[in-house]
Design a protein around this ligand. Structure first.
Ligand SMILES: *[C@@H]1O[C@H](CO)[C@@H](O)[C@H](O)[C@H]1NC(C)=O
Length: 206
């Protein structure tokens, strides 16, 4: 009986998903039939884990600034942790620490100083990949970043394209920071699940 209830719940969840997902994607990804077929086949795909490694070019000032403050509170200027400062960023992702190395993509999002006592950010980041096998796919990260720690862990909460149904985490550290120019180079390693669909190609793709 219990098994029956569980499988019924599963069927209900699956059928509601199959109505909701293809519609959203159909808008930019092509025929609804293709999306339906992808969804029907997803259970046959194998879940794998990818390890992505790259650098974030964090330019806080100067002519090529990519991080801008959009709001602060009455407390921010006198707070040792810049509490309640809200910033928006659109940083370049590169394969190596050098800003002129191979471009991997961008990271765009919102960072808020959200700890009264310790320097820690509440981060909402979308990594947009523009080269290689992940080009066109995105990974979303949402979490707490205690920036003075050598290594910080952030949760991967989802993704699009190759990273549909993604789960995982990122380890990040500050590779270099120039106080005078407010230029930071951050290292990111992301461990993320993805569905290997090479075993479930649609006839149209072959
Ligand atoms: C800003 O970007 C341009 C174009 O990439 C580059 O030529 C220039 O050196 C950069 N400026 C600084 C201060 O890094």
């Amino acid at each position: 009986m219990e098994k029956l209830i569980i499988s019924l719940i599963f069927i209900v969840i699956l059928s509601s998903l199959s109505i909701a997902i293809p519609r959203g994607y159909a808008r930019k990804q092509g025929p609804v039939d293709t999306e339906n077929a992808w969804f029907q086949n997803i259970c046959r795909g194998k879940e794998k884990v990818a390890k992505l490694h790259f650098y974030v070019q964090d330019l806080l000032s100067g002519e090529n600034t990519t991080v801008y403050e959009v709001a602060r509170a009455s407390i921010t200027s006198n707070s040792p942790t810049a509490f309640a400062q809200v910033r928006v960023l659109d940083d370049l992702l590169t394969a190596e620490p050098d800003i002129n190395s191979e471009v991997v993509g961008r990271v765009q999002g919102l960072i808020t100083s959200a700890d009264l006592e310790t320097s820690a950010l509440a981060m909402n980041l979308n990594f947009v990949f523009t080269s290689g096998q992940y080009s066109g796919s995105t990974i979303s990260i949402l979490g707490r970043n205690e920036i003075m720690n050598k290594e910080r862990e952030l949760p991967v909460v989802g993704g699009t394209g190759v990273f549909r149904f993604a789960r995982g985490y990122a380890i990040t550290s500050t590779h270099a920071y120039n106080v005078e120019t407010s230029y930071g180079i951050l290292e990111y390693t992301i461990y993320v699940t993805y569905i290997d669909d090479s075993s479930m190609r649609l006839p149209a793709d072959m």
